[in-house]
Design a binder for this molecule. Structure first.
Ligand code: AMP
Length: 195
C-alpha cells in the first residue's frame, strides 16, 4: 500500500546565523533553498540576510521561490532583515517569531546551526510529540553534522527517557529532495511519550 503524502506548501527552515566551517554548509543551504523553490514550496524562516539563513533565502529567490521572513523588532531595528524577500513580518519577540513560523509552516527542517537552531527545532519536535501540532520535522544531515545529536537521542532512549519509537518522530536525510520526500510521506509514531 502506498504511503499517504502530505501536502507541503511551506517549510519552516531553522539554520545557523553563521555559515560554519569551510563552504560545505553554505553549499548545503543553497541546495536546500533551490530544491524547495524548484518544487514550489515556500520557505518561512528568521528573515535575516546573515549566515546560512541569508544563503538559503538567496538561493530560493534566485529560483523564483517564495520566501517569508519573520523577524523580531530588535533585529529589524539593527538592519538584519533580508531586503529581497517576497514577504516579511516584524514581530515583538523571538518567542512570537517561533510561533508565527510554525503557524505558517506545514513541516520544519533544521540545517546545521548553533543553539538558536537547535532550540527552534526541539520546540517543533516537542510540540509534535505532545500532539499540539502535526507538522513533521527533519534534519538536513550535512556531512554527518547531526549524528552526535542523534547519538544523544539514543542515550535518552537507552536511559528510558524516550520511547524508542520516537526516534522515528524525526526525519534524518543528507540530501534535500530525499528529505522533502520523507517529510511528505511522514507518519508520526503512535505510541505515547510516557514509558
Ligand atoms: P543560531 O543557530 O544560534 O545561529 O541561531 C539561528 C536561529 O535562531 C535561526 O533559525 C533564527 O531563527 C534565529 N536567529 C539567531 N540569530 C539571528 C539573527 N541575527 N537574525 C535572525 N534570526 C536569528
Amino acid at each position: 500500500m502506498s504511503q499517504p503524502v502530505r501536502e507541503i506548501r511551506h517549510v519552516a527552515v531553522f539554520c545557523g546565523s553563521n555559515t560554519g566551517l569551510g563552504d560545505t554548509y553554505e553549499k548545503a543551504a543553497a541546495a536546500l533553498g533551490s530544491a524547495l523553490a524548484k518544487r514550489g514550496i515556500g520557505i518561512v524562516y528568521g528573515g535575516t540576510h546573515k549566515g546560512l539563513m541569508g544563503i538559503l533565502a538567496d538561493a530560493a529567490l534566485a529560483e523564483g521561490g517564495r520566501v517569508h521572513g519573520v523577524i523580531n523588532q530588535r533585529l529589524f531595528d539593527r538592519g538584519h532583515l533580508h531586503p529581497g524577500l517576497t514577504e516579511h513580518e516584524i514581530v515583538p519577540s523571538m518567542r512570537v517569531r517561533k510561533e508565527r513560523m510554525l503557524d505558517v509552516a506545514d513541516a520544519c527542517i533544521a540545517l546545521p546551526g548553533g543553539i538558536g537552531t537547535l532550540e527552534e527545532f526541539m520546540e517543533a519536535w516537542t510540540l509534535n510529540q505532545l500532539g499540539e501540532i502535526d507538522k513533521p520535522v527533519g534534519l538536513y544531515n550535512v556531512g554527518g553534522f547531526h549524528e552526535p545529536f542523534m547519538a544523544f537521542i539514543d542515550t535518552m532512549i537507552a536511559q528510558k527517557f524516550l520511547p524508542p519509537e520516537h526516534r522515528n518522530g524525526v526525519v534524518l536525510e543528507g540530501e534535500p529532495d530525499a528529505l522533502i520526500d520523507a517529510l511528505a510521506a511522514f507518519e508520526k509514531p503512535v505510541v505515547p511519550k510516557w514509558l
